[in-house]
Design a protein around this ligand. Structure first.
Ligand code: ATR
Length: 273
């Protein structure tokens, strides 16, 4: 049977096996999908071993996405710019190929699943780490009116914006620089939620009828989600849909089949503790 897996460290929390097994059973695909704890210093060897033994495809999660990017012999344009790879497979020539489905997953969740608007919208991205870098190009592809990347360390945001400047209207800044501006869509890609914190954003930064999206998810509304509610956001979404959509896109790359996602998001939501 065709073998797939997710590599990470830690990995016990990963929902990828549950998601991909469900995609497989719903689409008549015979495959196995396991979660593998890879030693911090053992990534390249583990990847090589997996494919040498006939493995078909890997998802890559923290902390290995940059190493997966480096290991790939061919990278999709999305992966190339993201600087990170979350999906690996071998092509017909045996080359190790890397893709990144995180950004397309998030955009699909916002635009297709929820009917949100990115085109012509003023979009604010919070943070300038790997999570944000992975979504900049797919957001710019939607042709927003402007994309502002704001970060605690402003220099990292301006540097990141510079990498994507040729693709669309993107600028970087610090949080205080946002005073007097407002946005139709604010996306949180900072790690602040992990500490239950919200970046210090000036009043009025969310436009009337604005939407908020947290790339993180949890059983309870995230700290950023609560902030969004307090600002009167028209819609507050978390990253559970992004998780499922990025998996669906990986599944499509590997199997050529596009799985449905809605009922899976609902059942994952019910199972969050
Ligand atoms: P990841 O790859 O998951 O994005 P990262 O590269 O460590 O993780 O980046 C974490 C992001 O969260 C950074 O943008 C970080 O801001 P700095 O670049 O200034 O470090 C941001 N971040 C982390 N904790 C934060 C907090 N308490 N408030 C605001 N931003 C925070």
């Amino acid at each position: 049977m065709d073998r797939y897996a997710v590599f990470g460290n830690p990995i016990a929390h990963s929902k990828s096996p549950q998601i991909h097994r469900r995609f497989a059973s719903e689409n008549g695909q015979e495959l196995t999908y396991d979660a593998v704890l890879v030693p911090e210093d053992g990534f390249a060897v583990a990847v090589d071993d997996f494919f040498t033994r006939g493995g078909k495809g890997l998802n890559i999660t923290v902390p290995f996405k940059q190493q997966a990017w480096a290991a790939a012999q061919w990278r999709s344009p999305a992966a190339e710019l993201a600087g990170a790879v979350n999906t690996l497979y071998r092509d017909a020539q045996g080359r190790l190929c890397g893709d990144n489905t995180d950004g397309i997953g998030m955009v699909r969740d916002i635009v297709q699943n929820h009917g949100g608007r990115v085109r012509d919208a003023r979009v604010l991205l919070l943070g300038a780490g790997g999570a944000v870098r992975g979504v900049v190009q797919p957001l710019l592809e939607q042709q927003p009116q402007q994309l502002v990347i704001a970060n605690r360390t402003p220099g990292k945001a301006t540097e990141l914006a510079g990498l994507f400047a040729e693709l669309g209207p993107v600028q970087g800044c610090g949080f205080a620089d946002l005073a007097g501006q407002s946005f139709d869509l604010i996306i949180n890609g900072t790690a602040a939620s992990l500490q239950g914190e919200v970046p210090p954003l000036p009043a009025g930064v969310l436009a009337a009828d604005g939407w908020c999206y947290d790339m993180m998810y949890s059983a309870q509304v995230t700290a950023f989600g609560r902030w969004a509610q307090q600002q009167g956001a028209a819609k507050v979404l978390d990253g559970l849909g992004m998780l499922v959509e990025q998996a669906a896109e990986s599944f499509h790359i590997w199997r050529g089949v596009k799985p449905g996602t809605r009922s899976l998001v609902d059942s994952l939501r019910d199972s969050l503790t």
